[in-house]
Design a protein around this ligand. Sequence first.
Ligand code: F0G
Length: 478
Amino acid sequence: MAESQIQSGRGGVGCGVDAFQRCIAAPCGATYDVGEVLVSCPRCGELLDVDYRWDRIPVPRSLKHFEEAWARRDDPHLFSGVWRFYALLPFAPREVCVTIGEGQTLLQRADSVGAFVGLKPGRLFLQYEGMNPSGSFKDNGMAAAFTHAHLVGATRAACASTGNTSASLALYCAVTRLMRAIIFVGSGKIAFGKLAQALDFGALTVQINGDFDDAMARVKEVSQQLGIYLVNSVNPFRLEGQKTIIYRVLEGLRWETPEWIVVPGGNLGNSSAFGKALYELYKLGLIQRMPRLAIINAVGANTLYQLVEQEGIRWHGGDLDRAKIRRFYERMEGEGCRANTIASAIEINRPVNLSKCLRALEVCRGVVREVTDQEILDAKAQVGMGGLGCEPASAASVAGAKRLVSEGIIGPDERVVCVLTGHQLKDPNATVAYHTTDQELFNRVLGSRGVRRAAFANRAVVVPNDIDEIVKAIQLYG
Ligand code: F0G
């Protein structure tokens, strides 16, 4: 990735690529060059998409084509689970695309978790994004945002984070040495596994006395003031990378479309990216049917659920009721309502991708549900017993699928993919507190959030340091 390749564009950094940025708002739709660094439309303030002149891009006629790339995986761009789908996100010249080996993830059939959810054998699949280099799905998006940052010559990149975006940014900076990572986290609001990563990878870590929503507001201001490149999911290039999760899900299903894709909802970047990916594939004739999307909030951070399922907010082809959303936030502010859930990754009250997510719900005939911390932790324990550990936020997808089956929205015969967004070791405190024999620990970490029982706890057996007692315990419980 020689610097000369990036600087040598003839007539702008986007030179040679058939991509541009476009405002998603219906009447506006303003377009901008890919070389511009924007996190919202300068004309109307709405979010931006990366869009393509598809008629000028050599898109393969079948998704099967992408399998061939794997045979040439000695090329880092074809090894990457993001860039081997380059033809579907060609916003930068291929040779400048940054990769650290992201996207080597797994779609696993999960019958025992499926039985817990209420699905027949062979119907539930878990898309395990914990296998990414930093242990969460964020690396898919970071590969793309980082590529754009590099393309425009950024030397510093920032994000606000509940922990995974910051771990990912810190890692890309540490591996590539192309930029300095500056991360904003809410004080006491980030799981230790994630904080440990940011610190270890050498990011400048700014702890804000507030929560994620505060950190997000501040990082937007600071990055604008200091000209620092922002990699949060308001960055449209981030979401291009996250589209590839969908491509890999389809690949895992031999390019068949499932009936449902279920994903946790926090800042709503993933759900937005999934909607865009599926819509593009459909428009390009690469899939024949759109799956339905289910987005799962935690009860303690349920802005999307309230807006969609209670207030009836819809995308309406871009003509959404912005005044009603504004009033909702004013009411929330007035009541001093702060997000609060054990699923700290999705402890967010002001999701920045709300409007894009509403669009995804429209194109995928989506539904939104909320699940309690109790349901999240019970689902997480089931995921663990099934063999793929995940962090609490990820298990919201499984808990949500269970709810939708019990409501009869998802049928027991339907094929369902739940996205496990982050690795089990990201948040060991929640896991240990769930399985603990120490009631004080349980109450402090979980009881305070309304969790009353650990239905699937695997409790440690406490024995004296004595060989006979140990043998007795193993014979009794083993
Ligand atoms: N799951 C995990 C493990 C996450 O880290 C996040 C978001 C989500 C789900 C929600 O995804 O924002 O696309 O709706 N984490 C962000 C962060 C906010 O800062 O790491 P989303």
